[in-house]
Design a binder for this molecule. Structure first.
Ligand code: URA
Length: 242
């Protein structure tokens, strides 16, 4: 916006606001999470990090290394000079929305169980679970690594033959959790796809394609991860609405 002196003049003239409050000289801001306006117009900054939303295909590992030499998600997104890491994992045979970034802090926030970002899956399962089985999934199942937290589960369609499609939203991220939950109720998963991660969805992407997150999406993700509620009750948060 100008030289240091010039910017100080803007601040003194009360033309600068941070999150709606008039800025003061010397106050600290985080340009990636704070909304800074000059004369009511938001100013943006070049991003320090790279954030990618990938439609992960089946048959690709989410780990950065694979001793078995299978295809890796990071090979699908090659950006010169940038080392990306997946935000959490999807199983080898699970497809769907996977974020990749070189921002370790955001990865930590989004994957830590206490922040509990909601993730939504479509599971093609064998047979059709009863209403009672769906209720048990919603209320929590006693898996071998402990009881699952309340989940949102609904039957959204019929697959081939007598199979069905469940929509399952979780704010936990345990290993193979959806597959283990479905197995537990006696309806093993035939195919699994992650449809949403917090407010993000696959949009018009085809399997194997990716796009960059916008600064606004990154801002919303950070706000969500750091939100007042610490992510513990994300269903109450507007940002985390599914
Ligand atoms: N649950 C699973 O079982 N697998 C995944 O890849 C993600 C969630």
């Amino acid at each position: 916006m100008g030289s240091r002196r010039g910017c100080e003049d803007l601040i003194r003239a009360k033309r600068v606001r941070v999150n709606g409050e008039i800025a003061e000289l010397g106050s600290k801001v985080d340009p990636t999470t704070d909304i800074i306006t000059v004369d009511g117009k938001r100013i943006t900054f070049p991003q320090k990090h790279t954030y990618v939303l990938l439609y992960k295909p089946q048959g690709v590992v989410s780990t950065v290394k694979d001793p078995q030499g299978r295809p890796k998600v990071i090979d699908l997104v090659s950006i010169p000079g940038v080392r990306l890491f997946p935000v959490g994992r999807l199983d080898y045979q699970t497809s769907g929305l996977l974020l990749l970034t070189d921002d370790g802090e955001l990865t930590y926030l989004l994957t830590h169980p206490k922040f509990g970002v909601w993730k939504t899956y479509h599971a093609f399962v064998q047979g059709t679970p009863s209403q009672e089985a769906l209720k048990r999934m919603r209320e929590g199942l006693p898996l071998e690594d402990g009881r699952t937290s309340p989940a949102r589960v609904r039957l959204v369609g019929k697959g081939h033959q007598k199979n069905s499609i469940l929509e399952i939203s979780l704010h936990e991220g345990r290993k193979r959790q959806v597959r283990r939950m479905c197995e537990f109720i006696g309806h093993p998963v035939l195919e699994l796809e992650r449809k949403r991660f917090a407010f993000l969805n696959l949009g018009g992407l085809q399997s194997g394609e990716y796009r960059f997150l916008s600064p606004d999406e990154v801002h919303r993700l950070k706000k969500l991860a750091l939100g007042d509620q610490g992510g513990r009750k994300p269903h109450l948060s507007r940002e985390n609405k599914q």
